[in-house]
Design a protein around this ligand. Structure first.
Ligand code: AMP
Ligand code: MG
Length: 290
């Protein structure tokens, strides 16, 4: 396993940001959602690998937090997108759940309220950006503001262009201000989505997760695939790249996202901040107070 902060690849054949980075022309429809790119192991191997990643993640997150508390301007923003049941909640629970909750700022975006609709679509997103030192997580995001109305036929092509221009300008500005933006598209296959939705309907403890609109969106899968293909082509920039994560195997998706976060944090090369006081003098003062 890699040492904290070295940016090496741990159990991976190559950096995950290289393996999973969306390339222009990529369509998620071509992704094998059951694949496990770059990870030679099986489910049983994923458990210790995730725990090890969690330890590293935890240390790097603490360094980021310390950096923020001492005037630093860096932060990380994980944007999670995916069709219903892709596993966004599981990423939050099992990956972000491995680090100190004080350092994580989670925001889930639902259908905009009438007040939100009256504002520019990026206003609510801007208000949810992580403060310095934090890992921000968006469970859905400003991308829903293009995907949903587009698939529902409520945006003209010119309005789509205009929204994407706003999105890329916004993300470039966010990145320049010190936030590493990591955008993850969790990709679940049609069959696996069917099985997961079925489970939500057949297990009473999962009924609360089901929304009748999930089937409506499922029936529009081809339109979502097309919209996502265009989204990847237009918004995967160097300032804010997209990663397409095969998500039929939850253990793989969780491991891959933990690695993407780890790589983003390691790239910041954060040490522990220098104290703003004289350590030796304070030690002497403390001991004299005993
Ligand atoms: P969930 O993430 O399953 O809790 O569901 C949230 C729902 O809100 C999904 O159906 C999203 O597509 C929808 N949603 C989120 N943001 C927007 C948006 N900007 N415009 C339209 N629908 C949205
Ligand atoms: Mg849902």
């Amino acid at each position: 396993m890699a040492a904290a902060g070295t940016g090496t690849t741990g159990p991976w054949e190559a950096p995950v940001r290289t393996l999973l980075r969306a390339r222009p022309g990529d369509s998620p429809a071509d992704v094998d959602a059951r694949a496990t790119p770059g990870f030679g192991g099986r489910k049983a191997d994923a458990k210790p690998a995730l725990a090890a990643a969690g330890e590293e993640l935890s240390e790097l997150q603490e360094r980021l937090f310390a950096h923020g508390r001492t005037g630093g301007d860096r932060s990380v923003l994980l944007v999670l997108q995916g069709l219903d049941t892709a596993g966004k909640g599981g990423i939050v629970r099992h990956v972000l759940g491995m680090v100190d909750p004080q350092g994580v700022a989670l925001r889930a975006f639902g259908v905009p309220t009438p007040q939100e609709r009256a504002q520019h679509f990026l206003t609510r997103v801007r208000a949810a950006l992580p403060a310095p030192g934090r890992i921000g997580v968006f469970d859905r995001s400003h991308y829903e503001d293009v995907l949903v109305p587009r698939v529902q036929g409520r945006l003209t092509p010119a309005e789509v262009d205009s929204r994407y221009a706003d999105v890329t300008a916004f993300e470039t500005e966010v990145a320049a201000a010190g936030t590493t933006v990591v955008k993850v598209l969790l990709w679940v296959s049609r069959d696996e989505q069917h099985a997961r939705l079925r489970e939500r309907l057949t297990r009473p403890e999962k009924h609360w997760k089901y929304d009748p609109q999930d089937v409506d969106a499922r029936l529009q899968r081809a339109a979502y695939e097309e919209a996502y293909t265009d989204l990847l082509a237009r918004t995967s920039t160097d300032a804010a790249p997209w990663y397409v994560v095969p998500a039929d195997r939850k253990w793989y998706a969780r491991l891959a996202v933990s690695a993407l976060l780890l790589e983003a944090l390691a790239d910041l090369h954060l040490g522990w901040p220098e104290p703003a006081y004289d350590v030796a003098a304070e030690l002497a003062r403390l001991d004299a107070s005993a």
